[in-house]
Design a protein around this ligand. Structure first.
Ligand code: CTP
Length: 432
């Protein structure tokens, strides 16, 4: 392909119109303040790849906070300021946000220095980044709007499909880049450039990641799990021998077949119109943990300081997925399956599906899921009261029994349900 110098047209085609006008407006504000402003990082990379990108990161040669405040004012948006880092986030209505950074400016230190130094402050900002494909910027300034700034050969690496660090100490400075490199490699179907791969292997051999807090590692791990198809990146973690550090006591080769099956499972559930299967990162995380006993799993959960709510969800999944698989394989009644199903979180469904080896079992699973989510009893506690029963703990049990009878096809009309409830209550001590 061609090497773009100016991507103004690409921006107009690839970005929503309100983004374009915001970017142009940022350029106007900068001009009036005597600053220069650029959009940097992912947005340039994804524009050149023709992919969607919703993050806007601005770099200002000047006071980034001042520019962010002005932008926020013009858009009626809140601005969150981080004085310490000289950054700000403009929180626009409708869930989109713009991050604004201040390029380190020499003329703070040397007030007499000439503007010619300004050009290097953007260079410095980009040089601190992880990979060449992420270290490009595009000018938003009115005199050269759309001009690509590419000091490190990012465009060429994009074309050749190479993930390349900017300097030899990159992984030492920030070992989480090991995980980022793998994520970008697999997301864009690229490869770590040979020298970068060598540096990565050295960093892994000298256990650089162990110097990073588990919170930061989890942040990057979660980004991997949030990719549309995390499987190949997880395989790469194992291949590069990062797996045992990240997931102690999980044998990658044992879970790999399940992980590989998940995309198909997820598609199958979608095609069966199973409503919402939950958080995608958790689907994969559960697949990573699913063969562990609770104690070893809990060790990983506390390693990454997952919250109680999430830990409980994961515990329920680990304790319950096998029962569902067994129940399906042994052809137990729908009501029995339903009871097992409601004790595991929805994120367990793709995992369960990956264990079902015939089409018949997979169909049955989807049918039960649909039944569980749709089949509600037609009668309620009110009906029981009208029949003269006094509200009490037996009510819930009776309604539950009606629900199960309905799932098993024992009752189907409202009248049948009422009869069934009556019989249940007279047998199990409902008070009149
Ligand atoms: N960055 C970095 N080192 C890190 C994290 C981020 O150098 N450990 C830089 C990258 O150059 C990146 C920019 O900061 O372009 C913004 O980071 P982030 O939003 O995480 O990355 P994106 O490139 O926007 O990735 P994604 O598409 O996943 O949002």
């Amino acid at each position: 392909g061609e090497m773009y110098g100016n991507i103004r047209d690409l921006m107009r085609r690839g970005l929503p119109p309100e983004y374009i006008s915001l970017l142009e407006h940022a350029g106007e504000i900068a001009f009036n303040m005597g600053y220069r402003v650029y959009a940097a990082g992912g947005i340039v990379r994804d524009l050149l790849l023709g992919m969607e990108c919703l993050d806007i990161d601005l770099v200002v040669e000047g006071d980034g906070i001042e520019l962010a405040r002005a932008l926020g004012q013009d858009y009626g948006a809140r601005v969150r300021v981080h004085q310490k880092f000289k950054t700000a986030t403009v929180l626009l209505p409708g869930e989109w946000q713009v991050d604004v950074a201040t390029a380190r400016m020499e003329f703070y230190q040397y007030p007499a220095a000439m503007p010619q130094i300004e050009a290097s402050s953007l260079h410095q900002d980009l040089y601190r980044r992880d990979f060449t494909i992420n270290a490009m910027a595009v000018s938003l300034n009115r005199d050269d709007f759309g001009e690509v700034v590419d000091f490190f050969g990012g465009r060429e690496d994009l074309q050749r499909g190479l993930i390349r660090v900017l300097h030899n100490l990159s992984f030492v400075e920030d070992p989480t880049r090991l995980l980022r490199g793998i994520r970008f490699e697999k997301r864009y179907n690229m490869s770590l450039e040979p020298q970068t791969l060598k540096l990565a292997q050295e960093a892994i051999r000298s256990k650089m990641l162990a110097r990073v807090s588990r919170e930061r590692i989890w942040e990057e791990l979660k980004c991997i799990l949030l990719e549309p198809r995390p499987g190949p990146a997880l395989a790469r973690l194992a291949e590069l021998k990062l797996w045992d550090f990240l997931f102690p006591a999980v044998d990658y080769s044992k879970i790999a077949p399940v992980i590989d099956e998940l995309p198909r499972s997820i598609n199958f559930l979608r095609s069966c119109n199973v409503p919402g299967i939950g958080e995608t990162w958790l689907i994969y995380f559960l697949a990573v943990l699913h063969q562990m006993d609770r104690q070893s799993a809990d060790e990983i959960l506390s390693l990454y300081r997952l919250g109680r709510r999430q830990a409980e969800k994961i515990d329920a999944a680990l304790g319950g997925w096998r029962d569902v698989v067994e129940g399906l394989r042994c052809h137990i009644a729908t009501s029995g399956l339903a009871r097992r199903l409601i004790s595991v979180p929805t994120e367990t469904y793709p995992l369960i599906l990956a264990y079902l080896e015939t089409n018949e079992l997979r169909r049955r699973f989807c049918d039960v899921l649909t039944a569980v989510s749709c089949e509600k009893p037609a009668i309620s506690g009110k009906d029981l009261r009208h029949m003269g029963y006094r509200p009490g703990p037996a009510f819930k049990k009776a309604l539950d029994a009606v629900w199960q009878a309905r799932l098993d096809g024992i009752v189907s009309t409202r009248q049948e349900e009422l009869e069934y409830a009556k019989e249940f209550l007279s047998k199990y001590g409902g008070e009149r």
